[in-house]
Design a protein around this ligand. Structure first.
Ligand code: CMP
Length: 137
């Protein structure tokens, strides 16, 4: 079993499609071992995305991620990290495969509805950024 970290981003929460995304999570065989709805400060978004701090889209990304609430989750399954990336689809919804979350719901490369850890190292940083061990069941 492996765990990955996922976010339902502001564009999706604003459009009231949390449930549609959770249906894809469960259909793909993930157990939701932690989940909460939170409003990130810009500072918290900057800390989360610090690996992108030199990228030209960093400031826009952090203000988008803090403009309204998100749902943060820890998902568990065999090969959870790569499996969740497949369920999400390509970063840019325009390049995502049919049936993926970003193809079905993403609006743009920034407002792409969901996030997922890209490696075990990222998951090891991202999960404890938001969850204590006591919150993972
Ligand atoms: P995410 O998987 O959360 O990781 C970084 C995010 O930066 C990405 O999804 C997009 O929402 C956002 N982003 C905005 N512009 C770009 C870009 N040009 N390339 C990659 N990611 C981008």
């Amino acid at each position: 079993m492996e765990r990955t970290f996922a976010i339902i981003k502001p564009d999706a929460v604003e459009r009231n499609i949390i449930g549609k995304i959770l249906e894809k999570v469960e259909t793909a065989g993930f157990r939701i071992v932690g989940m909460k709805k939170i409003l990130l400060s810009t500072c918290e978004a900057e800390g989360f995305y610090y690996v992108h701090k030199e990228r030209p889209f960093f400031n826009d990304l952090c203000s988008f991620m803090s403009r309204s609430p998100v749902v943060v989750m820890v998902l568990e399954r065999d090969n959870a990290i790569s499996a969740w990336r497949e369920v999400m689809g390509a970063t840019n919804p325009a390049n995502a495969e049919a049936g993926t979350i970003r193809k079905d719901f993403g609006l743009s490369i920034e407002e792409n509805s969901v996030h997922g850890s890209d490696s075990p190292e990222s998951a090891a940083f991202e999960i404890p950024y938001f969850f204590s061990q006591l919150e993972l069941l």
